[in-house]
Design a binder for this molecule. Structure first.
Ligand SMILES: NC(=O)c1ccc[n+]([C@@H]2O[C@H](COP(=O)([O-])OP(=O)(O)OC[C@H]3O[C@@H](n4cnc5c(N)ncnc54)[C@H](O)[C@@H]3O)[C@@H](O)[C@H]2O)c1
Length: 335
């Protein structure tokens, strides 16, 4: 039995998380869910977007399955997602994007894993105005050798463990010679320890163009925090949209699994949100927990329902009469 903290989140969160939990429970994996709150809903009920009880639960379980959280707008509130990643030092954000049978896109051969540094860069929260009129602002990016080393090591180790052939570092060291320069230099040093894995370097703007024109050149991509955030939405677009891309946030002694997308307030409460991204995050979580057979069963069932294209949400088939709940039921039936 595995203990997992369950945070359903805001907007479309509760409906896609209910769907994902039902599928995980039907997969044969034995999970004891500990429900906890975070985000806008938690703020409205308790006065804080990240209650102590939620942190205590994660400290106990060390594994969280999380729905999207609405980022509170206004000074004084930082992103709860960024806060959770920092607090548990979840330094590796892994976001796989793979073409799906049954999802029509420009390419059918995309298989890219973005490994994003998750704790440093421009997301450290060092931002302020330089003048009292608030007409000049600055943000500081922090890159460390230790942070760069461990994320590039993670990417190469991931490539080795998952039988992947190539790691591409995406950077902007030509302009940001110190922060990005340190990241690139460290990546080269780490790459030298993995002669069995091909290593490539791309400046991030050129990488975007190459990814759109010839995505098959990319296998595992390792990059700094903000570039990883942007590139993973690009790869989402290549394979059919944000509703399909999961993410894991991995630290030395805690892990958090979620979708790449946000709380999608524009479609909340309509039973049309695609639950695939959080379900695939569930697959990643089951693999993390060593429940490989249940993970494989679950992934096969999701792939079958998407390939058939009937019981899917309208983002996958505009003629679909069905939504989030019916898609989950069909996946459970396929299991
Ligand atoms: N990890 C997280 O919790 C996370 C990630 C990104 C954004 N956010 C937050 O979510 C809120 C909304 O952000 P946003 O609108 O910029 O991005 P979003 O990802 O919520 O939505 C972007 C677009 O994609 C669509 N979309 C997203 N998920 C979908 C799904 N599962 N099925 C079908 N369509 C889907 C939405 O309808 C919308 O049109 C903001 O407060 C933002 O800060 C949270």
């Amino acid at each position: 039995m595995h203990d997992v903290t369950l945070i359903k989140g805001d907007g479309i969160g509760p409906s896609i998380m209910d769907a994902a939990v039902a599928v995980i429970d039907a997969s044969g994996a034995k999970i004891r869910w500990h429900e906890a709150e975070a985000g806008m809903a938690a703020f409205e009920r308790t006065g804080t977007p990240l209650p102590d009880a939620t942190m205590e639960s994660i400290e106990q379980t060390r594994v969280a399955f999380k729905g999207p959280l609405t980022t509170m707008v206004g000074e004084g509130f930082r992103s709860i997602n960024v806060e959770l990643r920092k607090r548990y030092d979840l330094y590796a954000n892994v976001r796989p994007a793979k073409s799906w049978n049954g999802v029509k896109t420009r390419y059918d051969n995309v298989d890219i894993v973005i490994v994003r540094e998750n704790t440093e860069g421009l997301y450290v929260g060092l931002e302020h105005y330089l003048t009292s009129q608030k007409d000049i602002a600055e943000s500081l990016a922090v890159v460390t050798r230790k942070g760069s080393e461990r994320i590039v090591e993670y990417a190469f180790q991931y490539a080795r463990d998952n039988n992947r052939k190539k790691v591409t570092v995406c950077h902007k060291a030509n302009i940001l010679k110190f922060t990005q320069g340190l990241f690139l230099k460290t990546a080269r040093e780490v790459a030298a320890k993995y002669p069995d894995i091909e290593f490539d370097e791309k400046i991030v703007d050129a990488a975007c163009m190459h990814m759109v024109m010839k995505p098959e050149q990319f296998d595992v991509v390792v990059t700094t925090n903000m570039f990883g955030d942007i590139l993973s939405d690009l790869t989402a677009g290549l394979v059919g949209g944000l509703g399909l891309i999961p993410g894991s946030n991995i630290g030395a002694d805690a892990a958090l699994f979620e979708a790449v997308h946000g709380s999608a307030p524009d479609i909340a409460g309509k039973n049309i949100a695609n639950p695939t991204a959080v379900m695939m995050a569930g697959v990643m979580m089951l693999n993390h927990l060593g429940e490989h057979a249940a993970a494989e069963r679950m992934q096969t069932a999701i792939e079958k329902v998407i390939a058939e294209g009937v019981y899917v949400t309208p983002d996958l088939n505009p003629d679909s009469q069905y939504g989030t709940r019916e898609m989950a039921d069909a996946i459970i039936a396929a299991l």
